[in-house]
Design a protein around this ligand. Structure first.
Ligand code: PMV
Length: 367
């Protein structure tokens, strides 16, 4: 598919007003996306677990305007008007206008809330942008006056992911569950730089209901935005080797998912997390997003793994928080380990227990 496939023909139906609501999850990458070309095209393929509890709930209300000359919208977070969110959404609208030509015909009210605290250091851009993209594609389905056949549903998911990508790259992996690939990889059929797709091959039972406990080490604002970080991969001395390595790690994961080799999984996942942060530390300018407690937690996890037969491991986002990943059959023991050994390193003792989930859900729709 190409970008052109997402440009619609004239809409047959007229709509005056209505609303749609979607709940969309966050995701955690196993092979990381870090570095992009123009138009949010990733430099390398990535793969993520879709989360089950960390979600954004967005209601998009639309009212037909008299003049279609500019974008018009208001944004609310937990019922409170958030004008500081508007520039990011305005940029998003500009990027997607060709693919959603009705955007200037309506005034939109965007009402959003997260199941996790806004200032938790958990990026809400993946769940937030995917929820908004899903709402917009739902309105388009109404305007196109089609029902969601299997073919239409597949196109719907691709278009929602395609649009979410233009809002925030990793958001394109937040439409479906439970294992999502984004970025063309030669061994993964259907993989695309334009949108995320469900991982199409066999996944061993060892990876079903995989657990993710997010340790909130630092709830502050990120010192370096991911946009700046991605840009620092241009002219980065290790960039091209890093992009090749991501392809290699994706290939290795295909076998690991098939034969259920959790030890090999742990090695790739932890190496990917440290490589992401190594890229930050070796860019120019260089920066460090880990905090002392991030390292304390990593060392505790390694010590615990050495002492026990546990398969617990960690991964990191572009921040100081630690995602602790472990198989479902270790749920009780690892939670106990987290409570006794790791909670002390979390800001105000805060952590969030989550697990791999099944993707976004539409809740209500009125028109
Ligand atoms: O979606 P962005 O542009 O905020 O990039 C996020 C990239 C990482 O979270 C660091 C890695 C990933 O693949 O999700």
């Amino acid at each position: 598919m190409t970008e052109q496939d997402f440009i619609p023909k004239a809409y047959p139906k007229r709509l005056n007003n209505g609303n749609v609501t979607w709940s969309s999850p966050s995701n955690i990458a196993l092979v990381k996306y870090w570095g992009k070309k123009e138009h949010q095209i990733p430099e390398n393929p990535s793969i993520s677990f879709t989360l089950n509890h960390c979600k954004t709930l967005t209601t998009l209300s639309y009212t037909k305007k008299e003049h279609s000359d500019s974008f018009s919208f208001d944004v609310f977070l937990n019922g409170e008007q958030k004008d500081d969110f508007k520039p990011k959404i305005e940029t998003f609208f500009k990027r997607v206008e060709d693919y959603l030509p009705f955007l200037k015909d309506y005034h939109f009210k965007i009402e959003t809330s997260n199941t996790f605290p806004h200032s938790s250091g958990i990026a809400s851009s993946a769940s937030g942008m995917s929820a908004l993209a899903l709402c917009l594609v739902s309105i388009e389905i109404e305007l196109r006056d089609v029902s969601l056949s299997t073919v239409e549903k597949s196109f719907f998911n691709k278009k929602a992911s395609f649009l979410a990508r233009l809002g925030s790259g990793s958001a394109c992996r937040s439409i479906e569950g439970d294992l999502i690939v984004w970025g063309t990889h030669k061994e993964i059929e259907g993989s695309s730089d334009l949108f995320g797709v469900k991982y199409p091959y066999e996944v061993h039972a060892n990876f079903k209901n995989y657990q993710d406990t997010i340790l909130l080490v630092d709830k502050g604002e990120k010192q370096v935005s991911s946009t700046i970080g991605h840009n620092l991969m241009h002219h980065h001395p290790f960039a091209s080797r890093r992009f090749e390595q991501a392809h290699e790690n994706m290939s290795k994961l295909i076998n690991i998912f098939k034969n259920g080799d959790v030890d090999a999984f742990v090695k790739i996942v932890e190496s990917e997390a440290l490589t992401l942060h190594a890229m930050m530390m070796t860019s120019m300018p260089y920066f460090i997003l880990m905090k002392p407690n991030t390292l304390e937690i990593i060392n505790e996890i390694w010590a615990y793994r050495n002492e026990t037969n546990s398969k617990v491991c960690f991964t990191l986002d572009a921040g100081a928080n630690v995602h602790v990943l472990y198989p479902e059959n270790e749920k009780d023991t690892v939670i106990e380990f987290i409570k006794t050994n790791l909670v002390a390193y979390c800001q105000n003792g805060h952590y969030i227990s989550d697990q791999i989930g099944f993707g976004a859900q539409q809740l209500v729709s009125e028109n």
